[in-house]
Design a protein around this ligand. Sequence first.
Ligand SMILES: Nc1nc2c(ncn2[C@@H]2O[C@H](COP(=O)(O)OP(=O)(O)OP(=O)(O)O)[C@@H](O)[C@H]2O)c(=O)[nH]1
Ligand SMILES: [Mg+2]
Ligand SMILES: [Zn+2]
Length: 304
Amino acid sequence: MSEGILLKGYGGFYYVLAEDRVWECSLRGRFRIRDQEFLPGDRVEIEPNGEQETTEKAATTKDMNKKATIERVLPRRSVLIRPSIANVDQALLVFALTAPQPDLNLLDRLIIQILGAGIQPFLVLTKKDCWLGDSGEETLWQAYGKLGYLLAMVSSKTGEGLEWVRPALAGKITVLAGPSGAGKSSLVNALAPGAKLKTGDVSRKKRGRHTTRHTELFQCAGGVVADTPGFSALDLPKMKREELSSFFPEMTPFLGSCRFKSCLHDKEPDCAVKEGVKKGDIHPLRYEHYQMFLQEVIAAERRY
Ligand SMILES: Nc1nc2c(ncn2[C@@H]2O[C@H](COP(=O)(O)OP(=O)(O)OP(=O)(O)O)[C@@H](O)[C@H]2O)c(=O)[nH]1
Ligand SMILES: [Mg+2]
Ligand SMILES: [Zn+2]
């Protein structure tokens, strides 16, 4: 029996990384569990199948995956809903600097979801090779750089900046998350050339629309990386209205200095957070998203 990581489920089989190789697994008959109960990233125990199960075809195919049976799914350390995956250590939030223009509302939602799941975010901004970067954009990304998470500007085309990403992957399970066309699959290809993932075709009319259809994990730079389908909408996790500010680290120094102890930093007078925005310590766009999200959280509270 050995322990492995579920890389993907496909066509009734499950592909599991264990003992440094990929096993094609089926489910033990009496433990048969429905598909949706497995998530990529699940830790499973597998039992290699006996030689008698080797088919004629497998015997003639040199790199055929070895076969095994999944006996047990181990408890999950973490679960992410979007993208759907278990047990990740960190998330690379992949957004293009340009083409497509980054959706910062989505980025701020994603940061909240990742932090809420107890996972470390690493912001990877792609397509540096075709980004000109005006001063407004520079200021904005500097604000993200000051949040206390890792941030790298890279190009999967030229390889620029990948030296910052590669060392962060070793020994970890990392999920790539971000909108369609941001360059997630291209990033995996640049980091692990053997992966040969399909990427969006630039010549297509609806450029970069959902090229990746399923979540799949790959061995990459000494770790395991999950390429995932892009998404464009994301709900905020369930929380109380007064918790929202804790997901905005740039607000931390100001909390507790507002006139009202119960200040939600919205319409209240003498609000230290709003002072921080005025002084330029909090980026106005981030604050605008805080206000939008606050209304969403309040509306959602009423539905519970
Ligand atoms: N110039 C340039 N183009 C890039 C870079 N990264 C990705 N692209 C292009 O951007 C397009 C989309 O890239 P993908 O890697 O398919 O994007 P994705 O995030 O995997 O998209 P989905 O699978 O739909 O979620 C492709 O045409 C890539 O060639 C980059 O660093 N520089
Ligand atoms: Mg993709
Ligand atoms: Zn306040």
